[in-house]
Ligand binder design. Structure first.
Ligand code: NAP
Length: 498
């Protein structure tokens, strides 16, 4: 199993780190004088890295280099560390290196690139220089300014024949923290918890352990699945898909990643180069991701949006499972959609999929969207009616519909509803009209609250999440997931969010 190193900035964190880490990195540059004095008495069964990082290499030691070497020597003498981490660019005397080796510790020489990560041949040259300077382990850390940067560190690890630690920091780097060990790195770094990360992009140790356990030493990137969007924090797909993965005992791990629009092409290219299993796509990329697909299936092509991408032999295949998600969910409240009067608000990726799902069920669809040109174009594609967006202020017009669907991102980004006043439902119980909000988090959006208080039946997006997720799972893995396990995982995560 891949090894996880967890940095701690005070001895108070030691116990917690012992429960999570294989290796504990003592960030001595953050330690108080009291903590430093207690190092002599430190007892732990874990391997230890001693690091005294200076300001010039993103650390917290504020003294001169002479003071740093003196203090570091004293600390190395005070404890049996497994590793001592020294910056490749530090101007320490040769005696320090000798002292480290004499203490029985392995010398890590490290170099961080806060931007402009060099090419793989340049990194290999650096690795050679580190080895020549006495490194037992070379640590070369980049910062992912774009997703493609991860490939530099991962390829460096893949090609290395000596002990190496290399990955990318930053918001776009988590995948390299996971895969570096798959490709042969000595260890990788994780944070103690979400709040105490010492470097941007660090994954909490519990999550990284989950990734390694699920991947179970799978030798390549093909176990990785993702959901991407911007924003993406709200997504419950990882909890839901990992529950299904674990239930079937598959060697896979599903993670979320924010991808800003300008990096969508770069992200897709990285996934194809790495050969990950695939990814789900959410707001705002479902339409724009299509241009980066090598093939698009007939449903996704007709819809004009992709929510599931599978990768095979460096090719990206676009699919759409949202349309099934919409119709399967609605049918739980109303099994007959044929000829039902439906008002669909929104003409983005999810709106397009909803139209396709409803069109296949022969529903009587009317479309509206803030940007009218988009709803007009979509209505032309599926031969349906349209209304101006301002009609949403007219309860009389709204009372004409048996089903109103919110497929806009209103409610997700802010607590507002595209409809401020629902007309009173004319029928009660089973005959009442249905308000369906595709948003599932936060639970109980303004749209659904307003509909409910007017006597409408309500449906949030959680069942759609499960249904589209189950279809995507089949495409990714070729296996049928247990839908109840997925449903339970979503319910549990939603109630934990409250
Ligand atoms: P998208 O492609 O970015 O489309 C966004 C839609 O929201 C467009 O119709 C847009 O109108 C509209 N919109 C955004 N801001 C608005 C505002 N201030 N006022 C009025 N309309 C506004 O996003 P998407 O992928 O279709 O996702 C839409 C929603 O569905 C999101 O909340 C997403 O979480 C949800 N969803 C849920 C599931 C599920 O499984 N439950 C699956 C897919 C999507 P314009 O065209 O005028 O910009």
């Amino acid at each position: 199993m891949a090894k996880i190193a967890v940095p701690i900035t005070s001895l108070k964190q030691l116990k917690k780190a012992e429960a999570l880490a294989d290796i504990i990195e003592l960030r001595l540059d953050f330690f108080t004088k009291r903590d430093l004095a207690q190092l002599k008495k430190l007892k732990t069964s874990k391997q230890l890295i001693a690091t005294l990082r200076p300001k010039w290499e993103l650390g917290n030691f504020k003294g001169t280099e002479i003071q740093r070497e003196k203090l570091f020597s004293q600390l190395v003498a005070s404890h049996n560390f497994t590793y001592v981490d020294l910056e490749f660019d530090a101007k320490f005397s040769k005696d320090f290196t000798k002292q480290v080796k004499a203490s029985g510790a392995k010398l890590i020489l490290s170099k961080h690139f806060p931007k402009n990560i060099p090419s793989v041949p340049e990194l290999q040259k650096l690795q050679k220089q580190m080895a020549a300077k006495g490194a037992d382990v070379c640590k070369i850390i980049g910062t992912a300014e774009r997703f493609f940067d991860n490939l530099s560190t991962l390829n460096l690890v893949k090609l290395s024949t000596s002990p190496i630690v290399s990955f990318c920091m930053g918001e776009f780097g988590p995948i390299s923290r996971i895969l570096s060990c798959t490709f042969g790195a000595e260890f990788t770094f994780a944070s103690l918890d979400k709040a105490s990360g010492t470097a941007p992009g660090q994954i909490p140790a519990v999550e990284l352990r989950q990734a390694f356990t699920q991947l179970a030493n799978r030798p390549d990137a093909s176990g990785i699945l993702m959901v991407i969007g911007d924003p993406i924090d709200h997504s419950l797909s990882p909890q839901m898909q990992n529950a299904a993965i674990n239930h079937l005992g598959l060697k896979s791990f599903y993670m979320k990643q924010r991808v800003p629009p300008e990096l969508l092409k770069d992200f897709t290219f990285m996934c194809k180069s790495l050969g990950i299993n695939g990814f789900n796509v959410t707001i705002p990329h479902k339409v724009s991701v299509m241009q980066f697909m090598d093939f698009t299936d007939k449903h996704a092509s007709r819809i004009g949006a992709v929510n599931t991408v599978t990768i095979q032999n460096t090719r990206a295949f676009g699919h759409n499972t949202d349309s099934l998600g919409v119709s399967f969910s609605l049918k739980q409240l109303d099994p007959i959609l044929k000829a039902k009067k439906v008002l669909l608000i929104g003409a983005g990726g999810a709106g397009r999929a909803a139209v396709y799902g409803l069109w296949k069920q022969e529903a009587d669809i009317t479309l509206t969207n803030r940007t009218e040109s988009k709803s007009l174009a979509l209505a032309r594609d599926f031969n349906c009616k349209t209304l101006p967006f301002s009609s949403l202020r007219n309860p009389k017009i709204l009372s004409d519909f048996k089903i109103i669907i919110n497929a806009t991102s209103l409610g997700l980004k802010s607590d507002v509803s595209p409809i401020s006043k629902f007309p009173k439902a004319k029928a009660k119980g089973n005959g009442a009209p249905i308000a369906f909000d595709l948003v599932y988090s936060p639970k109980g959006t303004q749209f659904l609250k307003k509909a409910k208080s007017a006597g409408w039946k309500t449906l949030d997006g959680s069942e759609m999440l499960v249904q589209q997720g189950a279809e995507a799972f089949k495409l990714f893995t070729g296996e049928t997931p247990n839908i109840n396990i997925m449903r339970d995982a979503v319910k549990k995560s939603l109630s934990a969010k409250k």
